[in-house]
Design a protein around this ligand. Structure first.
Ligand SMILES: [Zn+2]
Length: 270
């Protein structure tokens, strides 16, 4: 499942390729699951709109749209789900199976949303879209501590709670806890101020490194070009069960927290 760094990479790729272009017409597939807004509303909002910018909000890709002569601008919001991809394609290329939307652009290219498992979502909005939780890359240490101090859940579960932080998933939660030296099952409200400060720094560091590496290539995830564009982000805990910790050589342990496979070093994390 794409996490924040992957979504950021896709949004940045789309920003470079399609910002400034205009959507001339839209084709929608007949599967209802990917459409979170009414089909007619999607078509009406997208057709004729100029793409002003593409950015990431939480784990959503947000296209800011502008229509000539209209004061209110719309937004097109894409959630990639498990297997969703946004492809910028030459119209001559065959439309892949599981394509749920094709937006034909004034530049002659097509923007295609492809999603075999159909957990992805397409939506249009007319107000300003805001994600449910705080942005992990812009929240400051004090707000971070305030946000997490209220939770009695295990810290791993709190990190995955999208109403607290938007966009941190299983991989980067494990990596952040490893770097902060905090055990995943610790109760969040019992973490010290210093531990929360370390965790805040670790979350931001891990996400920034992963974005710089172009996201993780753990899944069959591809970027906006449809290429396997991601160099591997170096995991220190995630997926390393039984392998020696890169710091102390103790074997990395795997447990289940909040229903998710969780990896940690029993010596480095307390
Ligand atoms: Zn260790």
């Amino acid at each position: 499942m794409p996490e924040l760094p992957e979504v950021e990479t896709v949004a940045n790729g789309l920003q470079k390729r399609v910002a400034g272009d205009r959507i001339d017409s839209v084709w929608l597939g007949n599967k209802p699951e990917p459409l979170k807004s009414r089909p007619a509303d999607i078509v009406r909002t997208l057709e004729g709109a100029k793409i002003e910018s593409v950015r990431r909000v939480g784990k959503h890709i947000v296209f800011d749209l502008h229509r000539n002569g209209a004061a209110a601008s719309g937004q097109w919001i894409v959630h990639l789900g498990m297997t969703g991809r946004m492809l910028v394609a030459d119209p001559a290329l065959e439309i892949p199976k599981h394509t749920h939307l094709v937006a034909r652009l004034a530049s002659g290219r097509e923007l295609r949303f492809v999603d075999p498992r159909r957990f992805g979502r397409l939506e249009v909005r007319h107000g300003r879209f805001r994600g449910p939780g705080a942005e992990p890359l812009s929240i400051n240490p004090e707000d971070f501590a305030r946000l997490f101090h209220r939770s009695k859940a295990p810290i791993k579960a709190a990190l995955l709670n999208q109403r607290l932080l938007a966009g941190v998933g299983n991989i980067y939660a494990d990596e952040s806890l490893f770097r902060a030296g905090v055990r995943p099952r610790r109760r969040t409200h019992l973490l010290t101020r210093d531990e929360l400060k370390k965790l805040h720094a670790a979350v931001q560091q891990v996400l920034r490194e992963a974005i710089a590496a172009g996201g993780s290539s753990v899944s069959d995830y591809v970027d906006a070009d449809g290429e396997k564009g991601f160099s591997q982000f170096q995991h220190r805990a995630y997926g390393r069960e039984g392998q020696p910790c890169l710091v102390c050589k103790t074997p990395i342990k795997k447990i289940v927290v909040a229903g998710r496979g969780t990896h940690y070093c029993p010596r480095c994390q307390r």
